[in-house]
Design a binder for this molecule. Structure first.
Ligand code: SAM
Length: 398
């Protein structure tokens, strides 16, 4: 039962929830961003109000299809009613959800378990068919795990603080964090807990899922090396690489997005590393850096299906055609970016997808097109087996 079960629903907050949901469902906006904008537009909402709105909309986006079945309709008002009922809250009399009776809703909640998986697990039909055809029997466990709420994981920045030091520093600031088995730099916060923005901004720790922390170590970087992070984004893995290189060597962080790279520079300064340089991809970048690097990380754009726990809105925006377009881009990156390596260099190809066609399947196709690469090691992080986001990474040598 939700911690909000005994709370009376305030009209302003209910309308706030409905507004967020319309932006996400009708206009295809990104849930996290809409929540942020809504909170900024309503500065008088307290911590509890924000918690209520965030929990309501996250759960409705996650369970949209199942809730529509339970509510007997998929209007935003009906979805809210079904979710509040699930949370053990009373649906206010003034909430016009045009649904059936509460008893009918409760009956349908019980019947939900016998519905087909796509309805039960609240995913589009195309995604269920794709998951089942690529993953077979384990799809059932994976999609179920991807519907759980994810805890917050931190990566301790070893350039600035030790593991014990970080645990002590967090505790002194009221944050309890535990070590994570098999993820040497990771800490996990208790369910439902976050880290205050001010602490996250100190540079001692970065918010990063434990699954994502598997990737940088696979590149086997050493202090003094030349490394290219070819799809660096805002630098989650670049910062990890810099820490593994103990602040010695050179990392060139590349991306097509200048905005993401400027965020990366801000984070790098905060993390206390000076070995990262950023480069926006241009026509001549590949030529200028050809044969330059000891290591290349291709953290490729992907469907993102391994991160559905944290961004459930993604499943309603994605389509089979969009996933295929992403696969074509992945093939292009694999055809071109290994040219950045010196002879004897190594690259890691990584995604946050659970679909083999974006992962090992891409490397099988690469092997057919180009026989120069030798597979050294690969890791698949399964959400159901690890409790982490889903990732794939493989190291290949030239
Ligand atoms: C999976 S995200 C990277 C996440 C990032 N490495 C991190 O750890 O935070 C993929 C990135 O690839 C970038 N991208 C898209 N097309 C690209 C291309 N053709 N070359 C390089 N990067 C590209 C996107 O802007 C996005 O930032």
């Amino acid at each position: 039962m939700s911690k909000f079960a005994a709370v009376r629903i305030h009209r302003m907050l209910a309308e706030g929830c409905a507004g967020v949901l319309r932006e996400v469902f009708d206009r295809g906006c990104v849930l996290d961003r809409v929540i942020d904008q809504t909170f900024r537009a309503n500065p008088k909402w307290g911590k509890r109000d924000r918690g209520f709105v965030a929990e309501t909309v996250f759960e409705i986006v996650r369970w949209r299809r199942a809730l529509a079945f339970v509510a007997g309709g998929d209007s935003v008002e009906a979805l809210c009613a079904a979710q509040w009922n699930r949370q053990g809250m009373n649906i206010p009399d003034w909430w016009e959800w045009k649904g059936g009776k509460l008893t009918e809703m409760n009956d349908r909640e019980e019947a939900l378990g016998s519905e087909p998986r796509a309805i039960r697990e609240s995913i589009p039909d195309w995604l269920d068919a794709r998951g089942a055809s690529e993953l077979g029997e384990i799809w059932d466990a994976e999609i179920s795990a991807l519907n759980h709420r994810a805890p917050v994981f931190l990566r301790v920045n070893r350039l600035r603080i030790s593991m014990d030091g970080a645990i002590r520093w967090l505790a002194e600031n009221g944050v309890i964090a535990d070590r994570v088995k098999d993820a040497p730099d990771a800490l996990v916060l208790p369910e439902g807990k976050g880290i205050p923005k001010a602490l996250a901004g100190e540079g001692f720790v970065e918010i990063q899922d434990a699954g994502s922390q598997v990737i940088a170590p696979l590149l086997e970087v050493e202090p003094g090396m030349r490394v290219i992070d070819a799809c660096a984004g805002a630098g989650g893995k670049t910062l990890h690489l810099a820490a593994l290189m103990q602040g010695r060597g050179e990392i060139v962080a590349m991306d097509v997005s200048t905005a993401k790279l400027s965020e990366l520079r801000r984070r790098a300064a905060r993390a206390g590393t000076r070995i990262i340089r950023t480069e926006t991809w241009r026509e001549d970048t590949l030529k200028r850096y050809a044969g330059w690097a000891d290591r290349v990380l291709i953290d490729a754009p992907c469907s993102g299906l391994g991160t559905l726990r944290r961004q459930p809105d993604l499943k309603w925006r994605l389509s089979e055609a969009a996933v295929e377009k992403t696969r074509r881009l992945q093939r292009r990156l694999l055809d071109h970016y290994p040219a950045l390596l010196k002879p004897g260099g190594k690259f890691v190809y990584a995604t946050c997808s659970v679909l083999p066609s974006e992962n090992a399947g891409q490397l099988d196709l690469l092997a057919e097109r180009d026989g120069r690469f030798k597979m050294e090691e690969s890791v698949t992080v399964s959400p159901s087996q690890s409790g982490w986001d889903g990732f794939f990474a493989a190291r290949l040598s030239v």
